[in-house]
Write a protein that binds this ligand. Structure first.
Ligand code: NCD
Length: 293
């Protein structure tokens, strides 16, 4: 049984094939390859774009989609996660898309079901479909010439599953990462790192800005997000005329992560990431569901 729990679940060749599919879905209406297939979305944590992106992706390929309203579900009545998973599994889905505040939950669920589990974000651990769509967006922007390109990942890296998945995935494709964050947002890694955004600006091809994950902080770290913005907001003034691709997984804290002027600038591809996300998730759903038979 194939799952997408982390980006390591796919070989580099599989990722290239997946991107070829995604590219074709952007260009022409997709075939209904998942007709009569059932996809369940199970979100224990809030989501706007990831959930709708998976649901739209599944529907575009002809699948039936059921969203389980967790706020009203039996886990609220004391049912364990495993029993919830086993009961959903008994309804015969082809895939369950799971988001949970606790790292490891999608993996644990995958051991109790016989359908594909898609990790739509687990705690600060992983968000593989986001990293895949980020890489896809980078590849398209640079016409596939990405070997040796340099990216700065900026912000609350330590608490970001998006950063974590990108730190696993991007180096596999030759992209060089520098981490830019204040000490309390900096994870322990072997990547080059700095706390000063100015240090990297003349050296990078891509900036990936991240949202401060206030919901994952046991104690508020900054007195206000404005203090953070003073050092890490990606402003037009800061970027100037540099040829830098600007990414952000969303939701953006406007004028904290990225200022109004940069959000409106053509170098900022946030909405293209969202558009690409549907195509990449279509390709991933197709790949795993059909592989599982
Ligand atoms: C991210 C997430 O939920 O991990 N958003 C997303 O999936 N588009 C990042 C975030 O919440 O900051």
């Amino acid at each position: 049984m194939r799952h997408l729990i982390t980006t390591d679940d796919l070989s580099s060749e599989e990722i290239e094939n997946l991107f070829a599919d995604a590219e074709s879905y952007l260009l022409k209406p997709p075939p209904k390859l998942l007709q009569n297939r059932l996809v369940i979305t199970l979100f224990f944590e809030n989501s706007t774009r990831t959930r709708s992106s998976f649901e739209i992706a599944a529907k575009k390929l002809g699948a039936d989609v059921v969203h389980l309203d967790v706020a009203r579900s039996s886990t609220k009545k004391g049912e364990t996660l495993y029993d919830t998973a086993a009961n959903l599994n008994a309804m015969g889905p082809d895939a369950i898309v799971v988001r949970h505040a606790q790292s490891g939950t999608p993996y644990q669920i995958s051991r109790h079901v016989d359908c594909a589990i898609f990790n739509a974000g687990d705690g600060a651990h992983a968000h593989p479909s986001q990293a895949l769509l980020d890489l896809f967006t980078i590849k398209r922007h640079f016409d596939s010439d990405i070997e040796g390109k340099k990216i700065a990942i900026v912000g609350d890296i330590k608490n970001s599953r998006v950063a974590n998945s990108n730190m696993r995935l991007l180096p596999r494709f030759g992209i060089e990462i520098t981490l830019v964050a204040p000490p309390h947002f900096m994870p322990e890694t072997d990547f080059p790192s700095t706390s000063r955004l100015e240090d990297v600006l003349d050296d990078v091809d891509i900036i990936m800005s991240l949202r401060t994950q206030t919901e994952r902080h046991a104690h508020p770290i900054y007195a206000s997000l404005k203090d953070y913005a003073a050092d890490y907001c990606i402003t037009k003034e800061l970027i100037g005329e540099r040829d830098i691709l600007l990414l952000h997984p969303g939701p953006v804290h406007r004028n904290i992560d990225i200022d109004d002027a940069m959000l409106a600038d053509p170098r900022c591809k946030v909405l293209e990431q969202v558009r690409n996300g549907v195509a990449v998730r279509m390709a991933a759903l197709k790949k795993l569901i059909l592989a599982n038979g």
